[in-house]
Write a protein that binds this ligand. Structure first.
Ligand code: HEC
Length: 440
């Protein structure tokens, strides 16, 4: 039945030659797990496109609705939190996949003649992906989105000659506002996808014309080639499935809450960029005074120019890493610097005292159960029961609080504090808040 149908279609569409190009592409040296990163990147890109389409069903790119619609997706829409989680973690995953893909190509020397064009288009694709990350970050219109974009736009403005112009085009006005959001949205869902789909097709087209690089080891390459189907297809599929499981697990397990709604007047807010911009963010902290603006744009410009010119700068035709000590050193040195900066930056981020969401919920519970009808906390509330402003100094013990909230009389005989109907999570939140109430 299926084969009859296939025949029927084949007689009309003549699929045989297509099958030849799609599946029987020879891979020199045979299939390898080293070649899965490109497919993983492509898969994640498709995942981003699909989840993005579903997010668009509810998202409204207007300053008075964006935040609410994202919150609505997160809290009300069936499965909305999951789709948003996939899109959020998928964005990070796509960056990692591109990074791994580039490292493989770099250390394998696969960018060398005759694959220079494929590398150059690939560098373009990386830049477009960063563009997706930058424009997507603003869309939820929360505090982080707003202020991180503000920082990003200021950085673009530091570029001499064209900086001002680009800023005006991106921002659509003197300040970051309604027009900026519309523009970022249009760039994110229309301009960039159109360009990148073309770029991806070009990338794959070139791959098909020049063929995959294969092993640098002559001996292995001689062992003969193998067609793309079945083993490479199988390896790619396994990796795609694995990548999906990881992204889905992150979406399910790691909460990704919105910050408060964007408040353009709150200049005290310190935004945190996405992790893949963090190392640069950290680097800027080491560039004082006049060096600052230079580091802002000159280093990224040099980096991208270097990447684009790499196949022409590195004219050594040898691909084996052991014969390319300089390039190997440059690559490893770059990785060490990036990861060191990223590490320092993450350490600083976690050192910044952030309000624990559990504590925030505890504060809300104190309000909800009107604890202040009896207790005073920092001058607010009645003075019938002990002042709680520094209660953790007197009672630093978590167990005591949990027990006390479950049943005040059990630890304070004769207490007239009511037994509140609290579930375990609420008990925990309230206790966490109590333990923050310390002097000095
Ligand atoms: C009707 C009055 C009343 C209300 C409402 C009340 N408490 Fe109490 N609370 C007391 C009294 C009386 C004590 C002292 C006796 C005891 O330890 O139970 C007390 C003690 C405490 C203590 C221990 C203080 C210490 O220094 O030992 C904590 C912590 C506390 N309450 C937290 C809360 C929280 C949180 C709420 C709201 C969820 C709340 N209370 C609501 C009357 C109240």
């Amino acid at each position: 039945m299926a084969s009859r149908l296939y025949q029927w279609i084949d007689q009309r569409l003549k699929l045989k030659p297509l099958e030849q190009t799609l599946l029987n592409e020879p891979i020199p040296g045979g299939a390898s797990w080293n070649y899965v990163f490109g497919s993983a990147t492509l898969f994640l890109f498709v995942l981003q496109a699909l989840t993005g389409m579903f997010l668009m069903l509810y998202y409204v790119p207007a300053t008075d609705h964006a935040y609410d619609t994202v919150q609505y997706i997160q809290q009300e829409v069936w499965g909305g939190w999951f789709v948003r989680g996939l899109h959020h973690w998928g964005a990070s995953a796509v960056m990692m996949a591109i990074g791994l893909h580039m490292l493989q190509v770099f250390f394998d020397g696969a960018y060398k003649r005759p694959r220079e064009m494929m590398w150059i288009v690939g560098v373009g694709l990386l830049a477009l992906m960063l563009g997706f990350g930058f424009t997507g970050y603003l869309l939820p219109w929360d505090q982080n989105a707003y202020w991180a974009t503000q920082v990003g736009i200021n950085m673009v403005g530091a570029v001499p000659v064209v900086g001002d112009f680009i800023v005006r085009v991106l921002r659509g006005g003197e300040t970051l506002g309604a027009l900026t959001l519309s523009r970022f949205f249009a760039i994110h869902v229309a301009f960039l996808p159109a360009i990148i789909v073309f770029g991806i097709m070009l990338h794959i087209f070139i791959l098909r014309r020049v063929g995959p690089a294969g092993p640098h080891d002559e001996h292995r390459a001689k062992l003969g080639s193998e067609t793309f189907y079945p083993r490479q297809v199988y390896m790619d599929a396994v990796v795609m499935f694995g990548v999906f499981l990881v992204v889905a697990a992150l979406a399910i397990l790691v909460e990704f809450p919105l910050a408060d709604k964007a408040d353009p007047s709150d200049h005290s807010f310190v935004p945190v960029p996405e992790w893949y911009f963090l190392f640069h963010y950290q680097l800027l902290k080491y560039a004082p005074g006049a060096l600052g603006p230079l580091a802002t744009w000159l280093l990224p410009a040099l980096f991208f120019t270097g990447l684009l010119l790499l196949p022409f700068l590195d004219r050594n035709t040898e691909r084996r890493p052991s014969s390319r000590p300089v390039m190997l050193g440059v690559g490893l040195g770059f990785l060490v610097i990036v990861f060191t900066l990223l590490g320092i930056s993450l350490q600083h981020l976690y050192a910044v005292p952030k309000q624990d969401p559990s504590v925030a919920r505890g504060i809300a519970l104190v309000d909800q159960f009107k604890c202040q009808t009896c207790h005073r906390i920092h001058g607010d509330g009645a003075n019938i029961a002990p002042d709680l402003s520094y209660v953790a100094d007197r009672r630093p013990n978590r167990e005591w609080h949990l027990q006390h909230f479950k049943d005040p009389q059990s630890v304070s005989p004769g207490s007239f504090m009511p037994k509140f109907p609290l579930n375990d999570k609420q008990l925990n939140d309230l206790t966490n808040y109590m333990l923050t109430l310390k002097g000095g």
